[in-house]
Write a protein that binds this ligand. Sequence first.
Ligand code: PLP
Length: 462
Amino acid sequence: MNQATTTDMSNTEKWQSLDTAHHLHPFTSHKDLLQKPPRIIESATGVYLTDSDGNELLDMMAGLWCVNMGYGRQELIDAASSQIQQLPYYNAFFKTSTPPAAELSALLSEVAPAHINHTFFTSSGSEANDTVLRLVWRYWDILGKPEKRVVISRKNAYHGSTIAASSLGGMDDMHAQGGIIPDVVHVEQPNWFAKRCELGTDLDREEFGRQAAQSIADKIEELGADKVAAFIAEPIQGAGGVIVPPDSYWPEVKRICEHYGILLIADEVICGFGRTGEWFGTDYYDLKPDLMPIAKGLSSGYLPIGGVLVADHVMDLLTTRGGELNHGYTYSGHPVCAAVAIANIQLMQRENIVQTVRESTAPYLQKRLRELGDHPLVGEVRGVGMFGALELVADKENYIKFDKDLGVGGICRDHCFDNGIIMRAVGDAMIISPPLVLQAADIDVFIERAWKCLDLTHKAIT
Ligand SMILES: *Cc1c(COP(=O)(O)O)cnc(C)c1O
């Protein structure tokens, strides 16, 4: 059993020692954790977290890109508590449903693009992407083209962490540990900053966007369109470092998918539910995807729920010719999670949050974020809506990155923690994806603290 002894310790020490002794963490080096135990986050309200030592932290990551409506929202708490009393669980298999599952699916078709009116429910974004793969293969199978199997994705994409989802994702570190399933291939990501650093020169942004899109067409030609089932992408790559594509990219990608007759899957797990200042990233870029995995902001992270939004033509095919769908999860359409998601979407509608983001909060955030571009460490500032990134570089003029081993992003992230803000480091890119309910005054606090943390980072490495 080897239970940690916890007498005579502060609460923080107690939780840290229990955690270090017994908790296997996701995406964490346990060797590092032995040196520096985890911070314990104990409570939160609005856009602020409180750790177990009473420190307040401005949460510029909305948890993990998900707490869009902020912490402590009574409407969401009430929805969970009344539904858990009424009916804590029932399934959606075998011709049954529950009021929250039915109502949430209707509400989603109200906020989704017009050509999408059905949702398959999951408990997470990773599960949603497993479902995507099942639906894509099923779709072509029903149409009598089972040899259309290959899904094209992009390098550095993030689609989750199950075997299927991490295969669809383009993270080399994940493939190295989990392998990759057959029939998934990866093409260039539209990462203008990385390309300039690689080349060491400036580069026409829109021309690069077209080239990145062309890499999809090249891959289809190489494999044969009769072998390719779908293209999957986040409208804006999130975990890969908030990669905002050039304006030329998406119209060209859309054209290529139509031209070759392959399905377009927009992974809306981060971009969905207001992050871009539209309900979905596909609204922002005017895409017309066939499938849209969702999760995270769907419930503001209060309870785990995800899903796949299914376009009408796919649904019609499944209905008329698909027979029984041999796929589902025990918790598909979980009534308590669905009740919270309903309350979350209704709260978004009541508070007009998408419009507020688009017209007021996001323009202010993006404007102030760009001021940080004057800092000597910051080589690029980018962002759309309520997310953004600062690229920390060794030499701004010549697009020279820091040596990876210096871990500059990690140093900056630790300074942020110590100075009351949470930013995430993706390599040397500092990422923000704050709650949508962030106010101008919070943004001012963030900019002031971020500048200070950039200074501290600069000092630490020179
Ligand atoms: C987080 C994320 C996922 C995976 O969602 P989980 O709920 O962690 O399984 C999938 N796609 C994108 C774009 C994500 O950001």
